[in-house]
Design a binder for this molecule. Structure first.
Ligand SMILES: [Zn+2]
Length: 110
């Protein structure tokens, strides 16, 4: 009879340990899952901030106007041309040359 009680107690202890262990594993999984969700959210916020950075660089990137053909383009893509200390931007070398020859013509005429 004592042997049976001892076995039963051992069984109860095992059940307790197993349930506690399962609960712990569940908590760990929930924690890991929560962490994964958190990092996802952090990635999302980073994505938002990077898109904000992109917007900032977009606004920081000056749009310049080609005075010859009137096209607006990013300053980094434009062909710079300095004339009388004033920096002009052109969409192509063709426009730049056209503008330069126009200056030349004006200079000759005037
Ligand atoms: Zn042009």
């Amino acid at each position: 009879m004592m042997n049976f009680i001892a076995r039963f107690l051992r069984f109860v202890v095992w059940v307790l340990i197993l349930s506690w262990g399962l609960k712990l594993i569940g908590k760990l999984l929930a924690w890991a899952f929560q962490r994964a969700v958190d990092t996802d959210q952090q990635d999302g916020s980073e994505g938002n901030s990077s898109s904000r950075d992109a917007q900032r660089t977009l606004t920081a990137r000056q749009l310049v106007r080609d005075p010859v053909c009137g096209v607006h383009l990013a300053e980094s893509l434009a062909i710079p041309y300095r004339e009388d200390g004033q920096l002009m931007h052109f969409c192509s070398a063709e426009c730049r040359d056209k503008y330069a020859s126009g200056i030349l013509r004006r200079a000759v005429n005037g």
